[in-house]
Design a protein around this ligand. Structure first.
Ligand SMILES: Nc1ncnc2c1ncn2[C@@H]1O[C@H](COP(=O)(O)OP(=O)(O)OP(=O)(O)O)[C@@H](O)[C@H]1O
Length: 219
């Protein structure tokens, strides 16, 4: 396994005996692998399994490795992954800047100036002191993206990251997010229904599908 690569080793999410989704892939640092497929097939659950937050009703088989070390044996908080869920929850008792700085290292200097620079880059200059409830859905989505990427994660998991953004903001934010991932050199897995997201990601696209044969198969 290559350095700083995120590896899904026959990772399979199951409900009882039924296999929902199974993916076997390696994601190199600074690249984005896109997962596409029908609604309800288990794409979000796959990300939850990688992150270590799979709901109790489900189980998984296989394993996840980062840089050759198994992540699936670690509790979620020790995996150090940056995760953006489909409905990202911002901390409502914190303002925009506090939300973004939340995951930054305690030792990091000039957190505030870095956060303000990040806000500027995604078109939210001057929004730092606002309450998150005062932002639109698209603005909140961008704050959640910044919080995910600012925490210096070892790998990034994005679930429909741009779905709440209008066309123009979507293109700009997408470009910024993908450039940032490449610049940070972290592996990223993105779930999306939008082919333009997959195209701009310039990485491997994995399309998952329902398969009668696989349904009752042990994976
Ligand atoms: N916490 C949960 N408890 C019980 N069932 C769940 C839970 N989360 C997801 N499911 C169910 O598991 C199945 C897969 O859900 P998941 O959200 O992973 O699908 P998805 O492929 O990401 O769909 P979409 O593209 O619509 O977001 C669905 O039937 C969903 O209702």
């Amino acid at each position: 396994m290559k350095n700083k690569t995120l590896t899904l080793d026959a990772l399979c999410v199951r409900k009882g005996k039924q296999s929902l989704i199974s993916v076997d892939t390696e994601v190199a640092p600074g690249t984005i692998t896109t997962i596409m497929g029908p609604s309800g097939i288990g794409k979000s659950l796959l990300l939850a399994a990688i992150a270590g937050v799979l709901p109790e009703a489900f189980t998984y088989s296989g394993a996840v490795y980062y840089d050759g070390a198994e992540l699936t044996s670690l509790p979620a908080h020790k995996r150090q992954l940056g995760i953006l869920f489909q409905d990202p929850l911002l901390f409502e008792h914190m303002n925009v800047v506090q939300n973004i700085m939340f995951g930054m290292s305690k030792n990091e200097s000039s957190k505030l100036s870095r956060t303000n620079a990040l806000l500027d880059e995604v078109g939210l200059k001057g929004y730092g002191q606002k309450a998150v409830q005062a932002l639109s859905g698209g603005q909140q989505a961008r704050v959640a993206l910044l919080r995910t990427l600012a925490s210096s994660p070892r790998a990034v998991l994005l679930d429909e990251p741009f779905s709440k953004l209008d066309m123009q903001t979507r293109q700009q934010t997408r470009r910024w997010v993908f450039d940032t991932i490449r610049h940070q050199g972290v592996p990223c897995i993105m779930v999306t229904h939008d082919k333009a997201d997959a195209h701009d990601a310039q990485g491997r696209v994995i399309t998952v599908a329902h398969s009668e044969k696989e349904k009752d198969q042990q994976c």
